[in-house]
Design a protein around this ligand. Structure first.
Ligand code: URA
Length: 261
């Protein structure tokens, strides 16, 4: 049976599925809100059957020791002048989400809207990303952290230059050290290639479990690409379900080359 949340994501993606009337889920007033579970419920949900939406327990208060480190890192990023992008940006875009999130989504760089508002993925691509994440029980206010490889907008949204990536990546590494996510999702070519040190295309990197250090990393298409190429949305949905299974420990059976078993 399709959950309403998943149906909403598929709607957002523009994917039509034939669902028999007998199994269709009636609309529920509160179905769009992320589930808030007690820790006990969340533990049971974590061992739910494959294909079940990911349920993550409500985040615990941030580690008291890490809070000053997060704050110091944010301040460093906001005043960073390590590359010329600081001359053209409105502001640095640090990242958003709870400091104990299980998932880290990594994008490329702030666009115009993000540069203006100081938060990653708040434009059209961000709205699609949010819908995708919500479909598997994730959202940036409770259980997923979102950051970019570059913290400053490249003018005209051009691709980041290698020297800009080299200058900025240490900030993302420090965010990862503080966050210690269970799973990383790289969205798009720039994020995937920068994190994995490869020039392979997304089409070859997806459907596998990679690692960033010890952290499992899954690759999918960038939501801006999905907006331009709706035909690829179904693959992105498969990638999200794959990532969810990896996070739940169900993707550990991947072969030694990291392919889905
Ligand atoms: N694209 C990205 O990769 N990151 C953003 O924050 C916005 C658009």
């Amino acid at each position: 049976m399709l959950s309403r949340r998943r149906q909403q994501y598929l709607d957002a993606l523009g994917i039509d599925l034939w669902v028999s009337r007998a199994t269709a889920v009636p609309p529920a007033a509160d179905a769009a809100s992320p589930a808030v579970l007690t820790p006990g419920e969340a533990r049971s949900a974590r061992v739910a059957a494959p294909g079940a939406p990911l349920s993550v327990p409500p985040v615990a208060p941030p580690d008291a020791d890490a809070q000053p480190l997060w704050q110091a890192l944010r301040e460093e990023v906001l005043k960073c002048a390590k590359c010329p992008l600081h001359l053209t940006r409105t502001q640095g875009v640090f990242g958003v989400g709870p400091p104990r999130a299980d998932w880290l989504v990594v994008g490329e760089a702030p666009g115009a809207e993000e540069d203006k508002r100081g938060e990653p993925f708040v434009g059209a691509a961000g709205q699609l990303l949010d819908a995708m994440l919500r479909a598997i029980g994730l959202d940036r206010t409770s259980n997923v952290y979102i950051a970019n490889v570059l913290k400053s907008r490249p003018p005209g949204n051009r691709d980041p230059k290698p020297e800009e990536v080299s200058a900025c990546l240490p900030y993302l590494r420090r965010q990862i050290d503080l966050l210690q996510p269970k799973l990383m999702l790289a969205v798009g070519r720039i994020a995937a290639q920068s994190l994995l040190g490869t020039d392979a295309p997304v089409g070859r990197l997806r459907s596998k479990v990679h690692h960033f250090g010890a952290i499992p990393l899954v690759v999918t298409y960038h939501p801006a690409y999905l907006l331009r190429s709706p035909g690829e949305k179904r693959k992105a949905w498969e990638d999200l379900k794959f990532a969810r299974d990896v996070c739940q420990g169900l993707g550990q059976d991947a072969g030694s080359d990291g392919h889905r078993a």
